[in-house]
Write a protein that binds this ligand. Sequence first.
Ligand SMILES: [Zn+2]
Length: 143
Amino acid sequence: MHYSQVLAELEKVKVGERISRRKADELRRAFGARFTAAWKLVKEGRVKKYVFKPSGKVQWIVVGRERDYIIYEASGYCSCDDFYMSIMEGRAKACKHLIAQRLACELGLYEVVEEEDKKYGSLMEEWRKVERPQNLPLSTLTG
Ligand SMILES: [Zn+2]
């Protein structure tokens, strides 16, 4: 999607009040193509906010084509290859998933999924599953 279409979409969902055109421009300048990709993820409803009960623990997830990505918004961490390859080496500021999470959060365009605390461990295990064999084991990233 071209950026002008992204702007049109932004206006359509009445984000003018929350994300101004200037802000959107700033985002595009800062993130380039990743911003466009991020907006697509938001529009496709791929950003999920898991809220665990009763602890209230929150885990953001971006649902990808081949796997899910774990977002730690506070530390600005994502479990994708782009994060590992580009961000940790200083070539980019954020991957599309992190941008998507921030956009979705700011716009309220995310799905809330409520789960019980006891399911946290098994869900994390599922989210950490890496289906493509070339991926590095996540344990090396998350410590
Ligand atoms: Zn990512």
